[in-house]
Design a protein around this ligand. Structure first.
Ligand code: SF4
Length: 358
């Protein structure tokens, strides 16, 4: 069974669509893309210190009063769903499980009509005791960050001895019906880059859906180096030593991950799916459908934006839903065409991944 590893179909550059269409309620941008997938960062705090994200000492975190409160999140999510055409809401961080009011927040969003699909990106520490309550509150899907199943490597990458807690959280998520549990893994050269096949075997055996994410230049230390980054092509090559991979024929619909059907080495047995998120080397910006809110209530039109539009200030100053919706639309209209990593002169944004949440 052969595999075509050509570039994904989304590599093209969208065209500028000219002036903003009057009366269009959606989160359209000037390249004609429409955002329907809202990522909300609930906090910039985290209980891990992953080397590719945060310094060992952590970062100066926002005081809770500066963060979106549960009722403010519910209001902005309501505006997004009812007025702006958002159909998916993903909660991220930092680490969203650090929010004690997470169940309340999810319950408020799951009560919305039309009901958006609700997901969570987490490191799963503490999930073992909360998975069923989150599920009951309306959580539909979960993505867990896990770069290795070896305790020593986990400690080396995250600077915390918490692998067992993460694994217990993943089991609890599966038991609670948050399936398939999606596993997000970042490979670091010289650390866990030779563990890709083993991690895939671990995931397939448990029915989880693993996705490898190329490391992005959003780290607080600004130490990202494209030359040492493990590329999607390398990951595919390594996996092909152990499996047969076939591009999945399901439409991608703007999803970051390119999915592959995984077969045994001789191609006789279907084992599951694996995803590869080639943010850097095989950009999928042309079909991006994401809009983001930071934990301080600012709209980020793109992960790599250098501009943000504050909604929390106007909200607390008494702005109406229509005024907040208009600010949000304008913020998205100005969305950059892409991350600009290939455009020469790339400047890493000030805000780090730990304060965006993916
Ligand atoms: S880099 Fe920006 S435009 Fe590209 S996929 Fe990510 S959020 Fe979308």
């Amino acid at each position: 069974m052969s595999i075509s590893l050509g570039m994904p179909a989304l590599a093209g550059r969208p065209a500028d669509v000219g002036p903003r269409p009057n009366g269009d309620p959606s989160l359209v941008d000037r390249w004609g893309r429409i955002a329907t997938d809202l990522r909300i960062s609930l906090t910039d705090r985290c209980n891990l210190r992953c080397t590719y994200c945060m310094p060992a000492a952590g970062l100066p975190f926002q005081p809770p009063s500066q963060l979106l409160q549960a009722d403010e999140i519910a209001r902005l999510a309501t505006i997004a769903v009812r007025q702006l055409g958002v159909r998916q809401v993903r909660f991220t961080g930092g680490e969203p499980l650090l929010r004690k009011d997470l169940v309340e927040i999810i319950a408020a969003v799951s009560a919305l009509e039309p009901r958006p699909e609700i997901s969570l990106t987490t490191n799963a520490i503490g999930l073992a005791s909360r998975a069923s309550a989150l599920r009951a509150a309306g959580l539909d899907r979960i993505n867990v960050s896990l770069d290795t199943v070896h305790a020593a490597t986990f400690l080396e990458i995250s600077r915390r001895p918490f692998l067992e807690r993460v694994l217990a959280g993943i089991d609890a998520a599966a038991d609670a019906g948050l399936t398939p549990v999606k596993i997000n893994a970042v490979l670091l050269r010289g650390v866990n880059d030779r563990q890709a096949a083993e991690l895939l075997d671990w995931s397939l055996t448990r029915g989880h859906q693993l996705r490898f994410i190329e490391q992005m230049p959003l780290d607080a230390d600004h130490s990202w180096d494209r030359a040492t980054m493990v590329t999607a092509a390398e990951v595919r090559e390594q996996l092909q030593e152990h499996y047969e991979l076939v591009p999945d024929d399901e439409p991608r619909d703007g999803a970051p991950a390119e999915l592959f059907r995984v077969f045994s080495r001789d191609g006789s047995e279907f084992l599951g799916l694996v995803g590869i998120i080639a943010s850097v080397t095989e950009s999928f910006c042309a079909d991006c459908r994401r809009t983001r809110l930071t934990s301080e209530g600012a709209v980020r039109s793109c992960l790599f934006s250098h501009a943000e539009v504050d909604l929390l200030g106007p909200l607390r100053a008494g702005a109406s839903d229509d005024e907040l919706a208009a600010l949000w639309r304008d913020a998205m209209w100005a969305k950059p065409v892409g991350h600009g990593l290939d455009a020469g002169g790339f400047v890493q944004p000030e805000r780090t991944m730990s304060a965006i949440g993916g």
